[in-house]
Design a protein around this ligand. Sequence first.
Ligand SMILES: CSC[C@@H](O)[C@@H](O)C(=O)COP(=O)(O)O
Ligand SMILES: [Zn+2]
Length: 236
Amino acid sequence: MADNNDHLVQSQDPDHPANLIPDLCKRFFHNGWCTGTGGGTSIKKDNHIFIAPSGVQKEMMKSENIFVVEFPTPKYPPSERKYIRKPLDLKPSACTPLFLAAFERGAGCCIHSHSQWCVLVTLLVEKMHGKDACFKISNIEQIKGIPKGPGKGMLGFHDTLRVPIIENTPFEEDLTGALEEAMEKYPDTYAVLVRRHGIYVWGDTVAKAKTQCESLDYLFQLAVEMHKLGLPWLKE
Ligand SMILES: CSC[C@@H](O)[C@@H](O)C(=O)COP(=O)(O)O
Ligand SMILES: [Zn+2]
């Protein structure tokens, strides 16, 4: 390739998305969010989206492995998406259309986690309330780490956090329609759980997406542990 725009992923700045994505994925791997090539993250900076490669050890990736696409770009089909920086011998993450759906809603970063706590709460909610129910929790301090909705400040201790749940599909990209429907049905949400799979969490900035994902993971783990102790996690 004559000009692969390699300069777009070359920077000494640790906060440059091409450096931040490998750094974050290493941290997420150690959280149990990016095990065995699952999960990942994508960052938007100005009109560029930075995307990790597919099927790689996410904690081992390097800045030169990062794809760049101009934003806006078609979510689907992948063949119509033009990567302005493309590493040879690698494919872009299968999560790309889902990340793009979050960027279309103004996100600056989107995280996909395969945390077992996410999987477990999707199974518990289904068992307790059926397939159409969303995860709800209230009266736990960590809820204050999640926004009420765009421009609405953060949830309060007595507020109820709601996280919609969609059904998994055999191929990651086929989740896009259901993710977008959940985003429309729950316009205040910054996260969508995927049953038996994990979660997509987005935020206005990298720091917000990361701390929101941490708060949610904490709340899901707490809910599972409360359930094991026979304690209801939703105070009605
Ligand atoms: C363990 S394989 C998991 C993948 O199928 C998918 O769910 C995933 O989260 C990562 O997809 P990827 O294309 O590697 O970015
Ligand atoms: Zn996944």
